[in-house]
Design a protein around this ligand. Structure first.
Ligand code: DX5
Ligand code: ZN
Length: 225
């Protein structure tokens, strides 16, 4: 079982107090910060740009796990890496040459991730998995926080774990959307080791307790073996 990493999604934070919100999750001991970039085309919402990522970079030393939910990621890879992204995840379904975009991310010395939406079959992603650092199985339709977890996606998480072992690959498996106390166990048991959580962390007054609760739930799975 790969080590659990908890990545609070900044999309769910109080935008009027971003720095305070970051300090809350730093104090809670999270492994990285998940940053949702939305362009209003690939998803029906607009969020942040490279300047926001640059501000986060100046504000925290936490690794920035930047999730590009944008139609033409190849046009913005350089901007987000120069802004400070540590992991840059692109969508299989976006309008670009996936291999070329992943290659550019790696050539710039950034970790690369590939994301698939709930309705996308795992088989459509396998040809891109050999060199990536992170594979993201969306557990909601992308665009908004606070949605319900789509448990059927865990079949793909299991497939991704089996494929990684079969091909002796090393990518982390991330799930994103609707993760909380009630859903982290099946997700972690299925093989997801990077847990994105927005509402279930930033939506709580005590982020430290929320993160500790998520960890203890996942620890039950590890203990069960
Ligand atoms: C949705 C985003 C998710 C979302 C998670 O498109 O990719 O990261 O912010 O938020 P919660 O945890 O509230 O579902
Ligand atoms: Zn995300």
């Amino acid at each position: 079982m790969k080590a659990l990493k908890i990545a609070p999604s900044i999309l769910a934070c109080n935008y009027a107090r971003v720095e305070e919100e970051i300090r809350r999750v730093e104090a809670a001991g999270v492994e990285m910060l998940h940053v949702d970039i939305m362009d209003g085309h690939f998803v029906p919402n607009i969020s942040f740009g490279p300047e926001f990522v640059a501000m986060l970079r100046r504000t925290t030393t936490l690794p920035l796990d930047v999730h590009l939910m944008i139609e033409q990621p190849d046009r913005y890879v350089r901007s987000f890496i120069e802004a400070g992204a540590d992991i840059l995840t692109i969508h299989l379904e976006a309008y670009h040459d996936v291999e070329r975009t992943l290659g550019t991310i790696k050539d710039m010395g950034c970790k690369s991730g590939l994301a698939i939406n709930p309705m996308t079959m795992f088989q459509h992603a396998t040809k891109h998995l050999k060199n990536i650092d992170l594979f993201l199985c969306m557990t909601v339709n992308p665009g908004f926080g606070g949605q319900s977890f789509m448990v059927d996606v865990l079949d793909k998480v299991r497939q991704a774990k089996a494929y990684r072992e079969e091909k002796n690959l090393s990518y982390d498996i991330e799930v994103d959307g609707g993760l909380g106390e009630g859903t982290i166990c099946p997700a972690f048991a299925a093989g997801a080791n990077v847990i994105v959580a927005g509402t279930s962390i930033f939506g709580k007054l005590d982020a430290t307790a929320a993160v500790a609760s998520l960890r203890s739930k996942a620890a039950e799975i590890s203990a069960a073996g």
